[in-house]
Ligand binder design. Structure first.
Ligand SMILES: Nc1ncnc2c1ncn2[C@@H]1O[C@H](COP(=O)(O)OP(=O)(O)O)[C@@H](O)[C@H]1O
Ligand SMILES: CC(=O)N[C@@H](CCC(=O)OP(=O)(O)O)C(=O)O
Length: 293
């Protein structure tokens, strides 16, 4: 390595200093979506970024998705998934599959990857410490009638104490989006919604949603149309018009929910880009879309 390259490295570290100072001791909720999960290198880079955040004094809290893995397992046992407004119809048997895939495989994989690289991650679902209390979600179909999606839930209440306690003590909480009903039953909740509610309950300083596109695009499919900063009003308009659609809707709704609860910054960024978290947090340029109130 030449001296110039070494100096370049030092200047990268110096550029990050004001951000490290600002974010020291702050809580970031990071949502990691199922679409960016299958790539092992991506998983490792996200784990490394989260560990680095922890070492510079940030308290990261992870919420993971896993929609594609649930779909794959359902098909493997001969069940065809059905969705209404992007939510998976979840009967009792599907709920067992969701619990098995989310807690048994995805959560454990993320925890073990973080721990293998030197972090201290702890896996949780909404049942642990009553973290996520859920109620049944009533969905209105495009035809206007109410449809029963089975064990699909909405967050009723978050009890953030366990997560706060763990984060305070150097652990990295990794949360599966499963809610606990009042009768002890489990609910399948969209992972973006959980991230938004958790960021709100923790009074986080940032909500960062990692996904499989560059951010919010003005014209879906065209990366050159990336919107760097999107006002809530315009986001609402785009959702009404349908130019923000599908899996992007719960992400934008999660950002709006967090902003309304006082979370100062919310971002939707490309989880496929190596070290996208560090680029967003520690550089002057930032990446992806910042949703602002
Ligand atoms: N305006 C938009 N900008 C970017 N992506 C959009 C937009 N509208 C819809 N999408 C879709 O949202 C998807 C992201 O949601 P999803 O597939 O549920 O991701 P994840 O698994 O990360 O939660 C994108 O891949 C894209 O197809
Ligand atoms: C009710 C509902 O639809 N829940 C989602 C939960 C997983 C999720 O949200 O995963 P991603 O973030 O990877 O999309 C599902 O069953 O697919």
């Amino acid at each position: 390595m030449t001296l110039e390259q070494t100096i370049q490295k030092a200047s990268v570290l110096v550029e990050s200093l004001p951000y490290i100072r600002t974010f020291f001791g702050k809580t970031f909720v990071i949502k990691y979506g199922g679409s960016a999960m299958p790539d092992q290198d991506v998983q490792r880079d996200i784990a490394l970024d989260v560990i680095l955040l922890r070492y510079v004094g940030v308290k990261p809290v992870l919420v993971h998705g896993g929609g594609p893995a649930i779909t794959e397992t359902m098909r493997a046992v001969g069940r065809e998934p059905q969705f209404v407004n992007g939510r998976r119809v979840t009967d009792a048997e599907t709920m067992r599959i969701v619990r098995m895939v989310m807690m048994g495989i995805i959560n454990t994989d993320i925890v073990s990857t973080i721990n293998r690289f030197g972090g201290k991650a702890v896996g949780l679902s909404g049942h642990d410490g009553n973290l996520i209390v859920a109620r049944k979600r009533l969905e209105r179909a495009p035809t206007g009638e109410t449809v029963d999606l089975g064990f699909v839930g909405d967050v009723e209440r978050i009890h953030p104490e366990l997560v706060q306690e763990l984060a305070e003590n150097g652990y990295i909480p990794v949360v599966a989006p499963i809610g606990a009903g009042y009768q002890g039953e489990s609910y399948n909740i969209n992972a973006d919604s959980v991230a938004g509610e958790l960021a709100a309950a923790l009074r986080a300083d940032k909500l960062i949603i990692l996904t499989d596109v560059e951010g919010i695009l003005e014209e879906p499919g065209n990366p050159a149309s990336l919107i760097s900063a999107l006002q809530v009003q315009r986001a609402r308009r785009m959702m009404e018009e349908g130019s923000i659609a599908g899996g992007m809707v719960p992400k934008v709704e999660a950002c709006i929910r967090a902003l309304e609860a006082g979370v100062p910054r919310t971002h939707i960024i490309d989880g496929r880009v190596s070290h996208s978290l560090l680029l967003e947090i520690f550089t002057d340029r930032g990446i992806g879309t910042m949703v602002v109130s």
